[in-house]
Design a protein around this ligand. Sequence first.
Ligand code: M6R
Length: 364
Amino acid sequence: DKGNHRHFMQKEIYEQPIVVAQTLRSYLQRMEGKVALPIPDFDLSAIRRVTIVACGTSYYAGMVAKYWFEQFARVPVDIDVASEFRYRAPVMEPGGLMIVISQSGETADTLAALRHAKSEGQTIAAVVNVPTSSMAREADLLLPTHAGPEIGVASTKAFSCQLAVLAALAANLAKAKGKLDEAEERDIVRHLAEAPAAINGALAYDESIEAMAGAVAGARDVLYLGRGTDYPLALEGALKLKEISYIHAEGYAAGEMKHGPIALIDEHVPVIVIAPSGPLFEKTVSNMQEVQARGGKVVLISDYDGVAAAGQGCLATITMPKVHPLIAPIVYAVPVQLLAYHVAVAKGTDVDQPRNLAKSVTVE
Ligand code: M6R
């Protein structure tokens, strides 16, 4: 049932404040300022290396999580798309944790990667949305997202819930490895607990995003740029747009522009720049200005300070609430989803059932 919404995708975008809160509830003891796992005594202290494997949007959630695992737990992280993992003879030593991320828990390549890693003696954690799925059953550590059924082929609420679980897992691993003191743990819990309200704040800009979607709907190609954890978000934005609006879109690390893709820039190519204010802001803005100097039409997604500092000269700006960098990827997922949604609606494509795609990909 779509309720008041025109499409399941729209409904699912709007469910995010609730389902992220619901998911966080089983990973945070908010009052105590503690992170927790659903299996509280699962011992992570011997984990020396993490391998993340997933497909599509779930893979981009994993790319964001790599930053968190390395930053908080100081544990090295490998990440692969599941369809490539087994073909590079990955080295899997004792003390390895394999994390599979999947909405459906049935994606064939991800499941095959899980089985391969298990046979090599890795501990398997599964971040899945369907608790009865194959991956949920075969994992050693089941980490459910509580997004509820996701009907739209484009993954939205599953993604933000995956990020919430992965942030909590990174904090748990850091704690188990003695890398997190009580004050740091309390801070992480406080920041994560702010995510649902911040997502609500982001949803408040829906109408202004709808109003500028026309400027993107006529394009043949669109680029997305981001740095740090906003780089995977750029990839996610491009995937979302191409999947439901059929506009060719690519995400790049902002600093990679001048190594090739900048040759594509002219006044017909909208460039979506994801740049919350923070330590990486200045660098991303200078990449954005390189684009503008070549006639590129920029849509800047930032907070009030970022838009005030760098918004002039942009085709459009989208203002997000100001949030802690830890939760920025969760919050900035919203404008990226809404933009793809409104562009697709403007183009009249089948938003919930895009051509050639299946919700669950059960062939390799
Ligand atoms: O069920 P999974 O999370 O394993 O699915 C992975 C991808 O097929 C999925 O995220 C796909 O990329 C979505 N259609 C993206 O919106």
